[in-house]
Design a protein around this ligand. Structure first.
Ligand SMILES: C[S@@+](CC[C@H](N)C(=O)[O-])C[C@H]1O[C@@H](n2cnc3c(N)ncnc32)[C@H](O)[C@@H]1O
Length: 274
């Protein structure tokens, strides 16, 4: 067995430890990029092996924070975690139908795949014309890309697959035009989207929303910061509004645990109740 295989085993053990001890689940992350980041961190911490890093992370919460920060990435996909979007379609859309106007905030939208997915979903449910989607991020570069609505054509196979699993009602390819290796999404999808810079850590609330998605953002923050951002999200939601979190995130163990209830049949979808 070579060095590389040993490293892979050590990485698996580290990820298992992280999950079992802290509840952070990176076990299904793409190994190549994860591995690169982990090996960089072994060096940066002055350690000899991934096992050394495992020991440090499990015993030193500050090292855990650095680890999470290093893993902070802009990675996103359309209809990410399709079952989440399916649950949104079946459980939340009926609630949204009861509102004359719908405001949705995508906090930490990265390059925009999430908000375009929402635009498609709302179009198919006949709700887009009375919705306004606010897509914000701290990072200007990703926002600039989000505004273009252009993604690599190579990704379309995966996104089509996600779209179908998420309950897509049409043919995914009708939403984009292929040109020079790119998928250019229909500008109709952008009509009711507002892209804007917003820092969750330092900026205040700017509206009241019926739905807020803050997915795969808080995972990179420490507890203190998570609670601070949860205050902002809580204050920005209307009563009975819906909060959507990422797969490795939960409202449990936050200061707002009691203010939300889990939406039945909707993993990672929470309703503000008090
Ligand atoms: C992994 S992406 C998540 C994208 C999308 N929500 C998803 O789930 O696929 C995390 C994003 O959070 C953004 N972010 C990190 N810190 C932030 C902050 N303080 N305020 C706003 N956005 C932040 C990053 O720039 C990045 O684009």
């Amino acid at each position: 067995m070579g060095m590389e295989q040993l490293e892979d085993i050590e990485i698996q053990l580290l990820l298992e430890g992280l999950y079992r001890y802290y509840g952070f689940d990176f076990r299904n992350y793409a190994l190549a990029s994860l591995k690169r980041r982990i090996l960089n961190m072994v060096q940066a911490e002055g350690l000899k092996s991934v096992s050394g890093l495992q020991e440090k992370i499990l015993h030193d919460p500050e090292c855990l924070e650095r680890f999470l920060f290093n893993l902070s990435v802009n990675v996103t996909t359309m209809f990410r975690d399709p079952e989440f979007f399916l649950a949104f379609r079946t459980k939340v859309v009926p609630i949204l139908r009861t509102y004359p106007f719908i405001r949705i905030w995508h906090a930490g939208c990265s390059t925009g795949e999430e908000v375009y997915s929402m635009a498609i979903l709302l179009k198919e449910e006949g709700l887009y014309h009375r919705s306004r989607l606010y897509a914000t991020d701290i990072n200007e570069t990703v926002l600039r890309q989000a505004k273009t609505g252009i993604f690599s054509l190579k990704l379309m196979q995966e996104y089509t697959h996600n779209y179908i699993k998420a309950g897509g009602k049409s043919s995914f390819s009708k939403y984009y035009t292929a040109a020079y290796g790119n998928a250019i999404f229909s500008s109709e999808l952008k009509e009711n989207i507002v892209f804007s810079l917003h820092n969750l850590v330092t900026d205040n609330s700017f509206n009241e929303f019926h739905v807020i998605f803050c997915r795969n953002v808080l995972i990179y923050f420490n507890k203190l910061l998570q609670n601070r951002v949860h205050t902002l999200l809580y204050e920005s939601l209307i009563r009975l509004g819906i909060l959507g979190l990422g797969r490795q995130e939960s409202i449990k163990f936050t200061a707002y645990e009691k203010n939300y209830e889990k939406l039945e049949g909707g993993d990672k979808l929470y309703r503000k109740i008090s």
